[in-house]
Structures are given as C-alpha cells and as structure tokens.
Design a protein around this ligand. Structure first.
Ligand SMILES: [Ca+2]
Ligand SMILES: [Ca+2]
Ligand SMILES: [Ca+2]
Length: 202
C-alpha cells in the first residue's frame, strides 16, 4: 500500500513537471523549453533584460541569434539566416501532456521589428507537417503580437486558421519550433482545440 502511494505520488510529481492541456487549451512560456537541437549555425537565446523582456510575459523570451539578415537588402543565405525547411536549424523542444487528443491550432506571441524576423515553423513528436510550416507575422510590428497564420504562395502575410497539429493520443508529447528567419523573438505559445480561440492580449 505504502509503495503504491509512493508510486502514485511520483507519477503526480512527474506529470506536474510538464505543462498540461486542460479543456482544450495549453499555454507555455517560450523560455521554458526542455531541449534545443541543431544549434551549430543559429541558436535560441533566452533574453531577460531590455525593453522587449520588460513587456514579455514572465519578463523573458527567446530569440534565434545571430541575426544577420535584418532588412530585405541583406543577402539571404539559405541554411544560415533563412530556411524554408522545418526542423533543420535551431529546434526548440517542449514536453507537454495532452488530456484531450485532437486537432490543436497553434498560436505564438512574437516580436517583429522588420520584414526578415517574422517567420517560424512548428512540429510535433519529430514530425513537421505542412500545417505547421511558415507561421508568419506582418501586423503588430514593434510589439508582442499573438498570431496563428500560415504564409502561402498567394498570401505572404499569412492566412488564419491553417496552422495546426493533430495529436492522436493522450499523454506525453513534444511540441517543437524551428527557425525560418533569424532574429525571430518568441515570448509564449499556445495550443487551442477551438478554431475560434484568440489569446488574450497581455
Ligand atoms: Ca533576420
Ligand atoms: Ca529580433
Ligand atoms: Ca515569456
């Protein structure tokens, strides 16, 4: 009996460590990632000082650095300051627990100061589905801005409602973000099962 109780307590502690989805919603601070991979060329750095941190939730965020392409005139170098391919550069991993499996729309709170720091990819459990590629921000420059839009050939500023992850089983999963453009800044992210969900401005 005592052992069973200890086991139960250990399980509860273990599950308490990871962010857990409740009622179709999960919000996570970007700076609280569990692991980072493929950092040879670009790396996510936690920033907790300066004006952007002051207005970030938890007073911290992550930025993928260095940022060598800040304007359209700077040379685009694939595999260095840009990659349209998800999961190949600067991959952040977040362990989460999902209670209600299904389709989840992905929202990210980003801070963009130009046109070359406003794209990212999202994936899950080692896979990078088309519905997680090319998240894009155009509106809300120079401020933390929640968005969930996918850049398409027709709409470079992104189309709402196209960014989602399908989660087939309850339990532990790993949500991943990877660089598309260097200099991207991420404060927090959210999964929402409702297509009508819009995160509260903070
Ligand atoms: Ca850049
Ligand atoms: Ca930046
Ligand atoms: Ca944050």
């Amino acid at each position: 009996m005592r052992q069973a109780l200890l086991f139960l307590a250990a399980c509860l502690l273990a599950s308490a460590e990871v962010p857990t989805e409740r009622a179709g919603l999960l919000e996570v601070e970007a700076e609280n990632f569990d692991r980072q991979k493929l950092t040879e060329v670009r790396e996510w750095v936690v920033v907790s000082t300066g004006a952007h941190a002051e207005s970030a939730s938890g007073n911290a965020y992550v930025e993928v650095l260095p940022d060598t392409r800040t304007t359209h005139d700077d040379k685009l170098i694939r595999g260095q300051n840009f990659t349209n391919e998800p999961g190949v550069m600067a991959v952040l991993e977040y362990d989460v627990s999902i209670t209600n499996p299904g389709r989840y729309f992905v929202w990210v709170r980003a801070y963009s100061t130009g046109t070359e720091d406003n794209g990212i990819h999202v994936g899950i459990d080692g896979a990078w589905p088309e519905s997680g590629q090319r998240m894009q921000w155009c509106e809300g420059k120079n401020a933390w801005t929640w968005a969930s839009k996918q850049r398409t050939a027709e709409e470079h500023c992104g189309v709402p409602g196209l960014i989602w992850l399908d989660i087939d089983k309850p339990g532990r999963h790993t949500v991943m973000f990877s660089m598309r453009e260097d200099g991207f800044e991420m404060d927090a992210w959210a999964l929402a099962s409702s297509p009508e969900f819009i995160p509260e401005p903070r």
